[in-house]
Design a protein around this ligand. Structure first.
Ligand SMILES: *Cc1c(COP(=O)(O)O)cnc(C)c1O
Length: 357
């Protein structure tokens, strides 16, 4: 492929994992490639990345780098539970809908129990119901609460909402795990210090997503509960998640964290989503069902208009997780032209449909 065709390759709204590697992460990988380094995580890049995470969270935490979000979620949840326990999560949670049973598998049978809640967020009152439904030995004992921040529909739990949830979790002796595949977008969306929505809000372990923020491969598992991190290195190794050339998982984090690129990229993708929302929300026949608080816009788009958009070459997911909405996801490299071009096509097609053309 020549350079021109690469430059012209179109950007899409299907997922933030359609985007490539951001320059800061790429530069760090190039630098990490300059010579030999110690393997299996005992290298200077991994130490530096871990220390940067401790700085950002303003606390001594235990850090592990793994290949993807499914393993980060599954292994961290397994570290909180015994096989006879259960994990509570929202019914739309990635842990439930998109991980092929990996949390149950890696926790040796721990059952995932589903909770309701508006706009992709767990309703705190539903936790009580799930915990008290049965308290006898025949029911899998609830032990962990998994929260997705930002949620599967792009909404964000506020500091107060997290406080209320963790208060309930503490009352019932539930540990709190956070699926932060889009944690950076949530931090920027809320405009808070990372500690306010993690350990200060009762989170025991955070799966901090790097991939969708602009890294090639990899997520950081950040334990604020140091006891829960005990022997997690063995769990990673057994789960096939200990990279021998670990520096290539950790170096990009140095690139992202050392000069705030993770926040800049998240702020940009959030801004692009907001621009998209404003451009399409009042188009005829189009609805935006959830508040846009991160880098996702969910839109109700009539099926024939969806098909016409696909025919024009746009890629985006419909019926994500079995729901009726289309999902438009912005990335670190989404441009205003991309958004405006998409919105212009949608306007033309939606308007034509409304006019019966
Ligand atoms: C993308 C995503 C993950 C991670 O998925 P992998 O494909 O396993 O990396 C986890 N949680 C949520 C909410 C996601 O969107």
């Amino acid at each position: 492929m020549n350079v021109a065709s690469q430059v012209l390759r179109p950007r899409h709204f299907a997922s933030d994992n359609y985007a490539g590697i951001c320059p800061e992460a790429f530069a760090a990988m190039v630098e990490a490639n300059l010579g030999h380094e110690v393997s299996y995580g005992d290298d200077s890049w991994t130490e530096k990345a871990s220390n940067l995470l401790r700085e950002i969270f303003e606390i001594n935490c235990e850090v592990f780098f793994v290949f993807n979000g499914t393993s980060a979620n599954s292994l961290s949840l397994a570290s909180l539970c015994q096989s006879y326990h259960s994990i509570l999560c929202h019914q739309m949670a990635h842990v439930e809908s998109s991980e092929c049973g990996a949390p149950e598998f890696f926790a040796n049978g721990t059952k995932v129990l589903l909770l309701p809640g508006e706009a992709g967020k767990v309703d705190p009152t539903s936790i009580q119901g799930a915990v008290n439904k049965r308290t006898d030995v025949h029911y899998p004992k609830p032990r962990a609460l998994s929260l997705t921040q930002a949620t599967e529909v792009g909404t964000v739990y506020s500091v107060a909402e997290l406080g209320a949830l963790s208060e309930v979790a503490r009352r019932y002796n539930l540990r709190v795990q956070m699926d932060g595949a889009r944690f950076a977008n949530a931090v920027v969306g809320l405009g808070v210090a990372p500690k306010e929505i993690t350990w200060k809000a009762g989170v025991d372990v955070l799966c901090f997503g790097g991939t969708k923020n602009g890294i090639a491969i990899g997520e950081a598992v950040v334990f604020f509960n140091l006891e829960a991190a005990r022997e997690f290195d063995y769990r990673c190794k057994q789960g096939g998640q200990l990279a021998s050339k670990m520096r290539f998982l950790s170096a990009p984090w140095v690139g992202m964290l050392q000069n705030g690129a993770w926040l800049r990229h998240a702020a940009h993708s959030n801004a692009m989503a907001k621009r998209m929302e404003l451009a399409i929300k009042d188009l005829p026949g189009i609805g935006v069902p959830y508040p846009v608080e991160s880098n996702a816009v969910f839109a109700r788009i009539p099926d024939d208009v969806v098909q016409a958009m696909f025919a024009r070459g746009w890629k985006f997911y419909t019926n994500v997780g079995g729901w009726e909405e289309s999902r438009l996801m912005c990335s670190w490299d989404t441009t205003t032209e991309d958004v405006d071009g998409f919105a212009a096509d949608l306007k033309e097609l939606a308007t034509a449909k409304a006019a019966g053309r």
